[in-house]
Design a protein around this ligand. Structure first.
Ligand SMILES: [Zn+2]
Ligand SMILES: [Zn+2]
Ligand SMILES: [Zn+2]
Length: 163
């Protein structure tokens, strides 16, 4: 996770204020306004009085601290959501793989599960019609042994059983 104070290569916020850097409401066709309403009072000028600089720094400090905190919180929230989405995806993938991989070719060339004479059976063919990419991935999984499959589908603590 980023520590905001250690990030050095932050690009400027698109259409951000030229003084505080934050976004501010302005019409989409307005490319003239450089400063947000708050910064119009204190943006840097040549040979400015120290009071003006102090006012600017005070205002920025007051607004940017909560801004950092909010950015930090958003970052953790999105990270949690991404993790949970990936977990959910992994569960779907494992469930689909478990169902498909049970459809193995028997010694007589039929499907072990649905006993269709033709292999790949209609379950495999259906997946191929629905999504070629996923079909290819499950085919790749079919080439793994049980230990490799367990790791691939459930991580290190996982347990895939072909039985
Ligand atoms: Zn500003
Ligand atoms: Zn400012
Ligand atoms: Zn089958």
């Amino acid at each position: 996770m980023y520590n905001v104070s250690e990030v050095t290569d932050v690009p400027p916020i698109d259409r951000g204020c030229a003084c505080c850097g934050m976004r501010f409401p302005r019409p989409p066709d307005d490319n003239e306004t450089q400063h947000c309403p708050r910064c119009q009072l204190h943006f840097p000028v040549a040979s400015e009085a120290p009071e003006r600089e102090l006012a600017r720094l005070r205002d920025h400090d007051q607004r940017l601290r909560p801004g950092y905190a909010a950015a930090w919180n958003f970052q953790s929230q999105y990270q949690d959501r991404m993790k949970s989405a990936l977990r959910s995806r992994d569960n779907w993938k494992a469930a689909l793989a478990e169902v498909l991989l049970a459809h193995e070719e028997a010694a007589d060339g039929s499907c072990k599960i649905c006993h269709e004479k033709e292999f790949p059976c209609s379950t495999w063919r259906k997946l191929e019609r629905v999504n070629r990419g996923i079909h290819r991935e499950v085919e790749t999984l079919a080439a793994l042994d049980d230990d490799e499959l367990s790791r691939e589908l459930y991580g290190d603590g996982g347990d895939y059983r072909s039985a």
